[in-house]
Design a protein around this ligand. Structure first.
Ligand code: ADP
Length: 444
């Protein structure tokens, strides 16, 4: 049985059936998010700030110019298409770029601009003329380290002579090599090895230390201790920054151990609501019947893009084959795919190359379905005890109040599952209307 794994957004999957994919690893989920995200996630919340010195004035910036960055860095930012700082960057950047440097713990959901912010901080503090490691960034996996490195390369495009090196397993450097690259991004174990065993990096010369994805980090055996050992060897004037997408107590305790005298910045996550979703259900006798109802819906209304959720991998496969045989263009997002393959399925769907995406619970966590107007629960989400899984229901069809478009949700319900649906309806205090699949005119 798969263990209960918290998701990037802090929710917990406890809904897998025996046939369901094992909990997708946090790191894989986080990577997937990065691979598919091309723009900022919007937020209607205010950034909460806790200053280490409450009497010092609180600065925020509305433009990148106000930060008085190096010319080549500003050029890099604009070349990435950034016009103004994101919500979290407005507050975080002045703190991160202050003189003397300030330490920071920042929490906001993925996609809100944290990576861009600390990459900017590293690039602005690096001295290209000095040929030794000056900035050190810890990430939970090789792939995540690479993603951050890509951002450094893009943003630092005009910062000639600034270079990145990856301290990750498999990147073997001969002992005694003179490491001349200024920015090191790596996983804790390898970084520790490079610093203490191989003596490739002199930690006393590090100016900026970044611990990214702290929530993923503490979930990985040994990474917290290794990170702390690295941090202990840094000079006291080194700037220390920690980022996390979630903030459970365990992350917070770790953050406080590793970041001395921090400022704290938080941006709360948007709540999902069902308010602007019209919900329907169709009563069915069998799986075939559900499929027929699905086809009727599909034929009856002008469908933009749809995501169809199945409870098991097996059902998802079956449905994919059925739909394909009937000539529909569908794709299947399955837990058997690698993260890269999953990212490419999602990307194709986002580009509109496929109109229907069929998936199971676990795979679809963290996918932004904003553009999708129709969500179908081919199976109602239930937990292991066959109780309704409200959390998953909300995740599948809910939208964030202010930014989400209106949507339609259809539940295919076998007669014996009707009580489950009624409980879901009561739980959310919402109205799920019954639909006659032969008569689509009922859909308003
Ligand atoms: P996080 O680290 O919080 O997940 P990122 O820094 O990766 O967020 O940013 C999410 C997405 O938004 C990325 O595609 C990034 O290029 C983009 N982005 C970041 N900052 C800005 C900005 N100020 N303006 C426009 N886009 C931005």
């Amino acid at each position: 049985k798969s263990p209960t794994v918290p998701n990037v957004d802090g929710s917990v999957n406890n809904t897998e059936e025996d046939d369901e994919e094992d909990g997708v690893e946090l790191a894989a989920n986080s990577l997937l998010n990065k691979l598919i995200r091309q723009s900022l996630v919007e937020s209607s919340h205010r950034v909460e700030v806790l200053q280490k010195d409450p009497s010092s004035p609180l600065y925020s910036v509305k433009t990148f110019e106000e930060l008085r960055l190096k010319e080549e860095l500003l050029k890099g930012i604009y070349a990435m298409g950034f016009n103004r700082p994101s919500k979290i960057q407005e507050m975080a950047l002045p703190m991160m770029l202050a003189h003397p440097p300030q330490n920071l713990i920042a929490q906001s959901q993925s996609g809100t601009g944290k990576t861009a912010a600390f990459v900017l901080a590293m690039l602005s503090r690096v001295n290209a003329l000095e040929l030794f490691p000056q900035c050190l960034c810890l990430a939970p996996t090789y792939e995540l380290a690479l993603q951050t490195g890509r951002v450094v390369e893009r943003m630092g495009k005009f910062c000639v002579d600034v270079q990145v090196m990856y301290a990750v397993r498999g990147n073997r450097i001969a002992r005694g090599t003179d490491v001349t690259k200024q920015i090191i991004i790596g996983t804790p174990g390898t970084v520790l090895d490079w610093c203490f065993k191989q003596k490739l990096i002199d930690l006393t010369k590090i100016r900026v230390f970044v611990l990214d994805e702290a929530d993923v980090m503490i979930d990985t055996q040994g990474f917290s201790d290794q990170s702390i050992r690295i941090q202990r060897a840094l000079p006291s004037k080194c700037q220390m920054l920690l980022f996390s997408a979630t903030f459970e107590d365990s992350v917070w305790q770790f953050a406080e151990r590793i970041i001395p005298d921090p400022n704290v910045i938080k941006l709360r996550k948007e709540e999902l609501t069902l308010n602007n979703i019209r919900q329907y259900y169709v009563l069915c006798r069998s799986r075939k019947d559900k499929y027929q109802a699905l086809c009727n819906i599909y034929g009856g209304i002008t469908v933009g893009q749809a995501i169809i959720f199945c409870q098991t991998r097996q059902n998802a496969k079956w449905l994919t084959v059925e739909m394909m045989q009937d000539g529909h263009q569908v794709s299947l997002l399955s837990g058997e795919l690698t993260v890269d393959q999953r990212a490419s399925v999602i990307q194709r769907f986002r580009d509109g190359k496929e109109k229907v995406l069929i998936t199971t619970n676990v795979c679809a966590r963290g996918i932004d379905v904003k553009q999708v107007t129709i969500v179908v629960n081919f199976d109602l989400p239930v937990n292991q005890a066959e109780e309704p899984d409200y959390e998953t229901y909300l995740h599948r069809i809910g939208r964030t109040g202010r930014f989400g478009k209106k949507g339609l949700a259809f539940n295919m319900v076998e007669v014996d599952k009707l009580p489950l649906l009624m409980r879901i309806q009561d739980h959310f205090n919402s109205n799920i209307k019954q639909l006659d699949p032969e008569d689509m005119d009922e859909i308003e």
